[in-house]
Write a protein that binds this ligand. Structure first.
Ligand code: GTP
Ligand code: MG
Length: 249
């Protein structure tokens, strides 16, 4: 009945990442504040409403999200399907959601040591980062630099790579993908100064650099951070990710 313009849309945080990484489990953990729920392969995007605080004593824990003592910011946490055949659902959500304040890209750190997980994970991340880079350099009203948290999940498993290795493995694989996707561009004999802006636009990170690093996204004001955690166990748990989110909404 009241005019919708009197309500402002809360900001959104998107959960992206390949299938089986733990996105839905993480969403249910934040929603319940205790144990994550058993999950099935997601086929649709799903949003829940949460409150985060940056000023109460227990601010860094998601378990206080319904605590009434602090100043809380309401936000939507949006889960997306990770399956490759449903990539359009996730990318569409990224493109269309209003007020996206952050992207949490969840990866399975216990499987990332295997090329068969690393390759598709990095390919998806590449698409997400390139989309965000284009958004950051666009001239339209949608222009924004959206920070990315790479949530290195499943640290409770003994095969899990530490955060530093998750980072280096992904950077190396992203370098490879970038080289193959832009093949011919750099060794075409055209000097770097002669390359059109269109070609530069399709290049992820620092143009012409040999190795991709997440730090290169800083050129577009896109902050990329890798933090380790686990949805299923208390330690290291998910508090660090929650705190990262709370500071960005
Ligand atoms: P899609 O919906 O297919 O995109 O996958 P998803 O990213 O939503 O994965 P989901 O949350 O369904 O979790 C996949 C499996 O990983 C489930 O069996 C979870 O219980 C398990 N899992 C999630 N987090 C952890 C964790 O921290 N440690 C361990 N050991 N398993 C986890
Ligand atoms: Mg899911």
């Amino acid at each position: 009945l009241s005019s919708s313009s009197t309500y402002t849309t809360p900001p959104s945080v998107l959960l992206l990442g390949p299938d089986n990484a733990g996105k839905t489990a993480l969403l249910t953990l934040f929603e319940r504040g205790s144990q994550p729920a058993a999950t099935h392969t997601s086929q649709v995007a799903h949003a829940i409403e949460l409150n985060a605080s940056t000023d109460s004593v227990t601010r860094s824990s998601f378990r206080n999200h319904d605590d009434a003592t602090g100043t809380h910011t309401k936000f939507y946490l949006v889960d997306t399907p990770g399956h490759g055949k449903l990539r359009n659902v996730a990318m569409g959500r990224l493109a269309r959601t209003e007020k996206v304040k952050a992207v949490v890209f969840v990866v399975d750190a216990a499987a990332l040591g295997e090329q068969e997980t690393l390759a598709p994970t990095a390919a998806y991340l590449y698409d997400v980062l390139l989309f965000l880079q284009k958004k950051a350099t666009s001239k339209g009203k949608d222009k924004a630099s959206i920070p990315v948290l790479i949530a290195a999940n499943k640290m409770d498993l003994f095969t899990a790579l530490p955060a530093t290795m998750v980072k280096s493995h992904l950077e190396l694989e992203l370098s490879r993908i970038r080289a193959s996707r832009s093949k011919g561009l750099l060794d075409s004999g055209v000097g770097m100064d002669d390359v059109g802006s269109e070609e530069q636009d399709g290049w992820l990170g620092e143009y012409g650099s040999e190795k991709f690093t997440f730090q290169q996204m800083g050129e577009f004001d896109i902050d990329v951070e890798v933090l380790a955690g686990s949805v299923l166990t208390e330690e290291p748990g998910a508090d660090k990710w929650w705190w990262w989110i709370a500071q960005r909404i």
